[in-house]
Design a binder for this molecule. Structure first.
Ligand code: GAL
Length: 412
């Protein structure tokens, strides 16, 4: 899918990201927003699990049931993970009346939804505004209302709507040489499904997946989006995670209760990520107020991965009710410092060592003044659970690809 999209991007000249090149030094002014009915579905970033990052096209009904069982058994449900989301490849064919059926991997979606709900969890599903999904399965073009009603009848609680084939089938076909018209068509398609979902009367979290095109963070809330992918697909490796993280610079002011920037689903526990890299990934997604959708093999989750995914102090940063996303404050060599304002006047500070050993940052000296802090600051190290005191220019030893995450309850 990556290839499919990349070649289209080149063909269309559709490189429309407007990520700020400059990094904000202070917390940005947040937009004052009123909380609409659709915002209510995601007043804090959605938390759960999605099938794609581990199962991709192989996912079955049994895998989804297994994930639901494990979310409960592992304590992840108690830690806040609620959505069990089926990604691409559940779709079958439409019948003579246009009603979409599931394929043989998902024999009875209503029964599956009932099962997931019986565990106190919610069920998510996936489609595309084009004729086909990214994996080439049947999608919603021309059947938006019918599909929304079908989802509601099954008891679906979350929809990820992935642009994919809408690009060649509609945007390129109807407006081959007009980028502005293509973007209008795209926004119209997302609004169409928004209205369709709204008309069902069922609260359904609406997750846009169009890779950040046309500064989606600016118009996402106007089409009812609770979250929007701000990036291309994540991969379970350091380069991907660190790249996506840095693409978030400049987007903080667009996050607020009800609608969130989505730097893509978690890869914690996947690939060959080291424990430090998993900690950086989870910490920084929490700092970014990102949706926390785990994507690992839950039945075979190692205890140290479970400990990361269920760290309640880190989750509390992500779920902080103010909904202020972290900003990058400064970098020194390969060490980055980010900060996030929290409710009650608290501050979360992340010091991340992205070291590739090209530059030596051992030890790193933290400049509290750059964070607007004066004098010694008492805080809690959220990965050791221990109290810490941060002082001006104190030497801090952070291994490469690891992080110091501190919550300062009363910053001075
Ligand atoms: C991609 C999307 C992935 C996954 C995949 C399914 O476009 O970014 O997260 O949903 O499609 O085919």
């Amino acid at each position: 899918m990556q290839l499919f999209r990349s070649s289209l991007i080149v063909a269309l000249g559709l490189v429309t990201f407007t990520l700020a090149a400059q990094t904000p030094k202070a917390a940005p002014a947040h937009k004052t927003t009123t909380v609409s009915a659709s915002d209510q579905a995601a007043l804090t970033p959605p938390m759960g699990w999605n099938s794609w990052n581990y199962f991709a096209g192989k996912v079955t009904d049994q895998d989804i049931r297994g994930a639901a069982d494990q979310i409960v058994a592992s304590g992840m449900k108690d830690a806040g993970y609620v959505y069990i989301n089926i990604d691409d490849t559940w779709e079958g064919q439409r019948d003579a009346n246009g009603v979409l059926h599931t394929n043989s991997k998902f024999p009875d979606m209503k029964a599956l939804a009932d099962y997931v709900h019986s565990k106190g969890l919610k069920l998510g599903i996936y489609s595309s505004p084009g004729p086909k999904t990214c994996a080439g399965f049947e999608a919603s073009l021309g059947h938006e209302l019918q599909d929304a009603q079908l989802y509601a009848s099954w008891g679906i609680d979350y929809l990820k709507y992935d642009l994919c084939s809408f690009i060649p089938a509609v945007m390129m076909k109807q407006a081959p040489n007009d980028k502005a018209a293509q973007m209008k068509l795209m926004i119209g398609a997302y609004e169409k499904m928004h209205q369709a979902l709204k008309s069902t009367g069922r609260p359904i979290v609406y997750s846009l997946c169009q890779y950040g095109w046309d500064s989606v963070w600016e118009w996402g809330p106007s089409v009812g989006a609770n979250l929007w992918r701000a990036t291309d697909d994540i991969q379970p490796n350091w380069n991907s995670i660190y790249t996506l993280l840095n693409e978030q610079q400049g987007l903080a002011k667009y996050a607020a209760p009800g609608h969130w920037n989505d730097p893509d689903m978690l890869e914690v526990g996947n690939g060959k990520l080291s424990l430090g890299e998993n900690r950086v990934h989870f910490s920084m997604w929490a700092m970014l107020a990102a949706p926390l959708l785990a994507g690992n093999d839950l039945p075979n989750m190692k205890p140290e991965i479970k400990a990361i995914l269920t760290n309640s102090d880190v989750i509390a940063i992500d779920q902080d009710k103010l909904g202020h996303e972290a900003t990058h404050i400064y970098s020194d060599g390969e060490v980055d410092v980010w900060a996030r304002h929290l409710s009650g006047g608290a501050l979360a500070v992340a010091v991340l060592n992205a070291g590739s050993d090209k530059t030596s940052n051992h030890p790193f000296h933290l400049d509290l003044a750059k964070l607007g802090l004066h004098g010694a600051q008492k805080g809690k190290n959220l990965w050791t659970g221990k109290d810490v005191e941060l002082t001006q220019n104190m030497p801090i030893e952070i291994p490469d690809h690891d992080i110091l995450l501190v919550r300062i309850a009363a910053p001075k």
